[in-house]
Design a protein around this ligand. Structure first.
Ligand code: HEM
Length: 478
């Protein structure tokens, strides 16, 4: 074997192998030293090239010469604040890594994400592959495949051929209010933040596959889903900025660290539920069923796609809405005047059933202002969601951005821009949505909508999230 290998010739000028030189003469230490030297030389030269490619963008020094700044920011769990500060300090397009920029310019975000854009999802989205072995709509970067997937699910998500979105949410609200009532009866404190997560997880599982997980009914973290997700989320965020880690984690040695359908608890358990549900549904005739999964299948989703999309619904549709409810409730608890104003509006509203309908809620101006302000002050998704500049590059406001650069956006910075929201942008003040001119409100609304992304990649669950917010805030605040 060694004899055969010794016949090989290498092209490196400083390591020309000749037939006279055998591997037997090269010690292991030499080989390791050589490998390290080559790796270091490659690393330094590629870092220098990368540095020069984007040298016209300012940012923290460490971010200009390495990815360490980005790594430590994302790993700290405070990156949403770092990205905001960076855009304030270094300008509206700032550098946060060797190949990474971040912007707080809403017009630029719309330019990158509009339906005709030449930008594409960057490798950031590889980290969104919740099932390590298959893509979902959110992690799909190939635009043809992504559009095809979206079109199979659009009708289900907007409720066009689904009958039961509102009744299902109502039924979960009743269970949730009963749970809160039981704490009130016992006069024991309740962790509202955690119970809200239980609520949104039950709603989304009910909508996704026809039955709530049972978080509210059992008043427990079923399958330790929340605990595991909270533990693993920082790792997921690190993978979004260093996607090559995914390849490493998928290697036979480290694969055991990833969730698997064989797990009894955590995300792996949810994966196995999604698998069973999808398999079951494909055995049935779903032509007449009127729920989301049936709609997806009717529009051509395959069993493997269905499995991944159920998982995506749960991952993308629970913590996001829970964050919006929790942060808005926190603001209401800390601003009694606002809470009382909302209560007065609800008390005088025309509500036909025991739970307000989505239509009725949309007619309450102060409620709508509170919801928008809650989403503005705490946008639930604050990751970079970077898009890749087309190969020929792009010019924005006279500045050239080389092809292949990853450009993310700081939603935290966008929703705090004083030129859009006013000098009191840091304050929770629903009145800003009611007392400004129609043109200003229009500008604010179209900027706020970026919390759900935009155009080609607009959140598919936006309608559902807003229905949930409309209903639950009325129930909890009244
Ligand atoms: C307030 C709550 C929510 C917010 C702020 C939010 C925000 C977002 C954002 C920013 C994206 C990323 C789009 C991109 O740039 O690629 C997204 C994607 C997505 N969201 Fe939401 N979301 C929310 C609730 C939901 C809910 C309740 C569901 C499910 C019922 C959902 C399902 C999805 C799906 C399926 C995608 C992938 C869309 C695509 O790839 O084309 N979201 N969402």
């Amino acid at each position: 074997m060694l004899g055969q290998t010794a016949q090989l010739r290498y092209d490196f000028p400083f390591l020309v192998r000749t037939d006279s030189l055998s591997f037997r003469n090269v010690s292991l230490a030499d080989a390791i030293l050589f490998t390290l030297t080559v790796t270091l030389a490659w690393f330094i030269s590629s870092s220098v090239c990368q540095y020069f490619r984007l040298r016209h963008f300012d940012g923290p020094l460490l971010a200009k010469i390495s990815n360490l700044w980005l790594f430590s920011s994302v790993n700290s769990g405070r990156s949403y604040l770092d990205f905001w500060q960076v855009t304030q300090k270094y300008g509206t397009i700032a550098r946060v890594g060797l190949n990474d920029l971040v912007t707080d310019d809403p017009a630029f975000v719309k330019h990158m994400c509009n339906v005709k854009t030449e930008y594409r999802r960057s490798s950031w989205y590889d980290g969104m592959r919740f099932n390590p072995t298959s893509n979902n709509c959110l992690s799909t970067r190939d635009e043809i495949a992504h559009s095809a997937l979206r079109s199979k699910m659009a009708a289900g998500y907007v409720g066009r051929d689904v009958d039961n979105i509102e009744p299902k949410i109502d039924s979960n609200i009743r269970d949730f209010m009963r749970l809160l009532g039981s704490y009130a009866d016992k006069k024991t404190p309740v962790d509202l933040g955690r119970k809200v997560q239980y609520f949104t997880l039950d709603v989304i599982s009910d909508l996704a596959y026809g039955a709530p997980f049972g978080f509210v009914e059992t008043d427990t973290d079923v399958y330790e889903y929340i605990q595991t997700t909270e533990k693993n989320l920082p790792m997921v965020m690190v993978v979004t900025v260093f996607p090559w880690l995914l390849t490493l984690l998928n290697s036979p040695v480290l694969k055991g660290l990833l969730p698997s359908t064989k797990d009894r608890l955590g995300f792996g358990r949810i994966m196995s539920i999604a698998k069973d549900v999808a398999a079951e549904r494909f055995k049935l005739d779903v032509n007449d069923a009127r729920d989301m999964l049936a709609s997806f299948i009717r529009h051509g989703l395959t069993p493997t796609e269905a499995e991944s999309e159920i998982l995506l619904q749960i991952a993308a549709g629970s913590d996001t809405t829970a964050s919006a409810i929790r942060s808005t409730m926190l603001q209401m608890c800390s601003n009694h005047d606002i809470l009382h104003k909302l209560r007065r509006e609800i008390a005088s509203a025309d509500i036909a059933g025991d739970i307000i309908s989505d239509n009725e809620a949309r007619k309450l101006p102060y409620l709508q202002a509170v919801i928008k302000e809650g989403l503005r002050i705490f946008p639930p998704i604050a990751g970079l969601m970077s898009k890749e500049v087309p190969p020929h590059g792009d010019t924005w406001n006279g500045v050239f951005i080389p092809g292949g650069t990853r450009v993310g956006y700081s939603i935290w910075a966008i929703t705090r821009r004083e030129d859009i929201w006013g000098a009191d942008a840091l304050e929770f003040r629903p009145e800003r949505w009611l007392n400004n001119s129609p043109e200003k409100v229009k500008e604010m609304e179209s900027t706020l909508d970026l919390i759900f992304s935009y155009g080609r990649w607009l959140c598919l669950g936006r309608t559902i999230a807003l229905i949930e917010l409309n209903k639950i805030l009325v129930e909890v605040c009244s």
